[in-house]
Each structure stands twice: as structure tokens, then as C-alpha cells.
Design a protein around this ligand. Structure first.
Ligand code: HEC
Length: 167
């Protein structure tokens, strides 16, 4: 083998090893093994798509949260039809739904669902988390939606998302 070819192969190897060591692109719907920090970075991203134009919505009787606004990333927004997920519709992989929860009109918590079925922490196709405003997880993705999914399973025809049937 000529030195040129050896160098080329070594270069290729180095490229793939480096690539494997760098962080996943958190916007890539196929990325796996997100951390709570990764997901929070996405939550903080600008997301201009608000449910019903960003009005504050009073919680349904069976909701564990207070009044809220709902926002979507562009992938989730692209799964909607006239602002809602059609019955029996599915959110595309990479969809992010952020529920901004208010207490006495002051934002105090983010409840989050991220469609990432290939992630080790995904349960029922979603990552589930809650964060304080500074990103401290109240509910880590690592508990895999324990305490969330039972209640959210009441409307499985909306891909476990409850708002559209209630508000
Ligand atoms: C007792 C039932 C219940 C539990 C438990 C629950 N939720 Fe919800 N969740 C709701 C309801 C009902 C809504 C619809 C909006 C509303 O009225 O608050 C909702 C809305 C949401 C939304 C907005 C998308 C949607 O489904 O409408 C997110 C995100 C969310 N919840 C995350 C979570 C996470 C994360 C957990 C667990 C840590 C959790 N929820 C636990 C009932 C529940």
C-alpha cells in the first residue's frame, strides 16, 4: 500500500472517530440518548408556533398543571392541520411540544414532550420531562414518563397529546 493510501485511510478513520465523539445534533430527529440538558436547550429555542395564537388556557379538570400556553417546534407544527392534530394523526419524529405552565400569571415550569422513539429514554414514542425556568429538571427524561403516560394515554387517538380534545 502506498503511503498516500495509508494516509488517506488514517484520515478517514480519524474523521469517523471524531464524528462519533462529537455531540449529536439535537435538531436531528434521529439523534439518540438525549440528556435533560440537551432537551432543555431545545425548549429554550425560539419556537414561534403557539396553540390558538398563544392565549393562556385554563387547565382541564383532570390536568395536574395550572393555566398554560402551548408552543410547538416547526416539526410539530407541520404535523397539525388547521392548528390541531387530526384524530388518529401522528406527530412526526422530532416534534417538540412545550407547555408553559403559569402560577398567578407568572411562568414557573415547562412540561415537555419530544417525539423521539429511538431514544433510550423514550416511552410510548415520547421523551417526557418537566423543568424549572433555569433548566433544573423537576421530572427527568430518565424516569421515562412514569407518572405522565397513564393520564396521557386517555386520548391515544391524538398520539397521547391531550389538549386538542379538551381545549
Ligand atoms: C392526571 C393527568 C396528567 C398527568 C399525570 C400528566 N398530564 Fe400532561 N396533560 C394533562 C392534560 C389534561 C393536558 C391538557 C392540557 C391541560 O388541560 O392542562 C396535559 C398537557 C400536557 C402537555 C401539552 C401537550 C398535551 O398533551 O396537551 C405536555 C407537554 C404535558 N402535559 C406533559 C406532561 C408530563 C411531562 C407529565 C409527567 C411529568 C404529565 N404531563 C403528566 C394531564 C396530565
Amino acid at each position: 500500500m502506498s503511503n498516500g493510501i495509508k494516509l488517506f485511510i488514517a484520515g478517514l478513520l480519524a474523521f469517523f472517530i471524531l464524528k462519533a465523539c462529537t455531540n449529536h445534533d439535537i435538531h436531528d430527529p434521529d439523534y439518540i440518548d438525549a440528556t435533560d440538558e440537551d432537551l432543555f436547550l431545545e425548549v429554550k429555542d425560539a419556537m414561534p408556533f403557539y396553540y390558538q395564537g398563544g392565549i393562556t388556557i385554563a387547565p382541564a379538570a383532570q390536568s395536574p398543571h395550572g393555566e398554560f400556553k402551548l408552543r410547538f417546534n416547526s416539526i410539530a407544527d407541520g404535523s397539525l392541520d388547521k392548528g390541531e392534530l387530526p384524530s388518529n394523526g401522528r406527530f412526526s419524529d422530532g416534534s417538540l411540544i412545550v407547555k408553559e405552565v403559569y402560577l398567578n400569571s407568572v411562568l414557573y415550569i415547562f412540561a415537555v414532550m419530544k417525539k423521539a422513539p429511538t431514544d433510550v429514554n423514550a416511552k410510548a414514542g415520547w421523551l417526557w420531562a418537566e423543568y424549572q425556568l433555569d433548566g433544573t429538571p423537576v421530572v427527568s427524561i430518565e424516569v421515562k414518563g412514569a407518572g405522565c403516560i397513564n393520564c396521557h394515554s386517555e386520548t391515544p387517538n391524538r398520539d397521547l397529546v391531550r389538549t386538542f380534545d379538551l381545549h
